[in-house]
Design a protein around this ligand. Sequence first.
Ligand code: ZN
Ligand code: FE
Length: 261
Amino acid sequence: MLNIVPVRAFTDNYIWIIHNHRHAAVVDPGDAIPVLDFLRHEDLQLVAILNTHHHNDHVGGNAALLKEFSVPVYGPAQESIPTVTHPLSEGDSVHLVELALALKVIDIPGHTAGHIAYYGANLLFCGDTLFACGCGRLFEGTAQQMYSSLQKLAILPDATQVYCGHEYTLANIHFAKAVEPGNPALSKLESEMKSLLAQGIPTLPSTIIRENATNPFLRCNQLEIIQSAGSYVGSSLTDPVSIFAAIRNWKNDFVTPRREQ
Ligand code: ZN
Ligand code: FE
């Protein structure tokens, strides 16, 4: 039985620990200190580091973890992360033998040029590409790339548990409500997520079924979103990538407290 536990870092990062009470793998350790504290406290032996993309808030703890544990570091083949020992691209798999877990690699460029996701056993680790009710900023990729990447994730099974890199959910819901005010699932989600946050509980994982019902970046074929995107740019839009690009630009200008969402 695997446990997936968040370790908080910086302002709003989640470092995900996958463990079986004996061994552990860590996804996107931006900071080593809270990870080492957790591993010691739970008496876990680290067996692998997995990185989704090269940003420092996701890889910054690699080197310090490697001083304590000599483990393989998996990461995107298309990005330069000096500590990565096992560069990965779509079609590759990661076999975490101690955890009896196999994860497949999915290429999801857009936020960064070589961003990857790890998917298996009903779990998706998607870094800064798919957020609950949102998506990552286009730092290195095009709207077409990000749109295609998100579509690859949207077709995963409904029950897939979605583990994102940041706690951005509430701000994302505020934006989603501006884009699609007629979606009743958003108000329901907002009150559920507010309640979790008030109790100090992460809003993650999400699920693919929930994202398809609420995330405007996965809903570019919805009439209300098509119309909202058209109003934002001041002309009627028809193709999904243009609609995606319009709402992604809109989100950049929307009042948001954080950088990467
Ligand atoms: Zn990032
Ligand atoms: Fe990040």
